[in-house]
Ligand binder design. Structure first.
Ligand SMILES: C[S@@+](CC[C@H](N)C(=O)[O-])C[C@H]1O[C@@H](n2cnc3c(N)ncnc32)[C@H](O)[C@@H]1O
Length: 188
């Protein structure tokens, strides 16, 4: 299933000494909920590696690119025809703008960590609030993606997974796919 618009995340303001866990969750949540990749505007190879490791094992084509320059990333994305959606509690209400955003071909969703630079507000095509209240980039991003894709992201396939979770009423079941030898084994 192809979700439209294609979405990418730009994580700005990441501080390696305190944001590793949240940034990792920004990556994993966005991957699980339909985004195609994340640009990390900080040098933290460990975080990028841990996201890419999960992405490789659980399938699909999600990527995390370490150490991008946030302004260049935005400018390049716009030159290629993409639109920039900045999540901020000061923005327009998600429910009022999401239908318009859904018509775009590809979007770069920007989430901050520490105080976001003032220029960001002017560079965004859409400044969007998920409720005009302070909360978290993970919850804002999850709700934004869910509204963008109207729940269809929950049925996404993640092709070529090494590990696949089998939904079970009780307990845990995982299938380990060995693509090289074309064998599957069940782990419970
Ligand atoms: C924990 S907040 C910190 C924001 C920071 N104190 C500031 O003033 O810019 C981190 C990020 O979460 C996101 N965020 C928090 N509340 C939000 C909301 N109500 N709507 C949309 N995004 C939100 C924004 O992307 C923000 O940059």
């Amino acid at each position: 299933m192809n979700l439209k618009p294609v979405s990418y995340i730009l994580r700005i303001g990441h501080r390696p000494e305190r944001d590793q866990r949240v940034t990792t969750h920004v990556g994993l949540s966005s991957r699980a909920l339909g985004a195609s990749g994340m640009y990390l505007a900080a040098d933290d190879a460990k975080v990028a590696e841990s996201i890419n490791d999960v992405a490789n094992r659980f399938g699909g084509t999600y990527f995390c690119e370490n150490n991008v320059k946030w302004k260049s990333c935005i400018n390049q994305f716009k030159r290629e025809g993409g639109k920039v959606v900045h999540l901020t509690m000061y923005g327009l209400k998600l429910q009022d703008v999401i239908a318009e955003i859904r018509k775009e071909e590809k979007v770069l969703i920007v989430v901050g960590a520490e105080k976001v630079p003032g220029d960001m507000y002017g560079m965004a095509d859409y400044n969007v609030a998920v409720a005009n209240q302070p909360h978290s980039e993970i919850s804002a991003l999850a709700l934004c993606l869910d509204h963008l894709y109207e729940g269809r992201e929950l049925d996404l396939d993640f092709p070529n997974a090494e590990l696949e979770v089998l939904p079970t009423k009780v307990g845990k079941t995982t299938i380990k796919h060995d693509h090289e030898h074309e064998t599957d084994s069940e782990i419970t």
